[in-house]
Design a protein. Sequence first.
Length: 147
Amino acid sequence: MEVILLQDMPGLGHKDQIIRVKNGYANNYLIPKGIAILATPSAKKQLEEKLRQQARKEQKLRDAAQQLREKIEAKTYTIKVKAGEKGKIYGSVSNIQLAEALAENDIEIDRKQIEVDHIRKIGSFEAKVHLFKDIFATMKFEVVPEE
């Protein structure tokens, strides 16, 4: 019997996948528990349309992420911090400061999307910005002392 999974099932398949299982397993477990529905011709057509719409939406998001990536990588950002005489800064540069630097340039990114190592000195560095599933931008920035 063919069924369409409504959620991920370890060892069985992923959501929106059409799988073949034994009749008893489908009728007594998968369908009553709401894990799967019967793969009728109309259900298959609905699934195809749903997947087509999801692909279109994902492509739009992917294109927007690519444009944002180019915008982020086109510039080097400046982070001003309090520093000592030998170039050592008080505290460290965090993803919050990087998100604020991006916001000053009209780029709204949540601070949780920015990965940065602990930076405790003056200099040029890079941070990784997660924009979409597999799209990352490299943010170049300089840490300079306040005057």
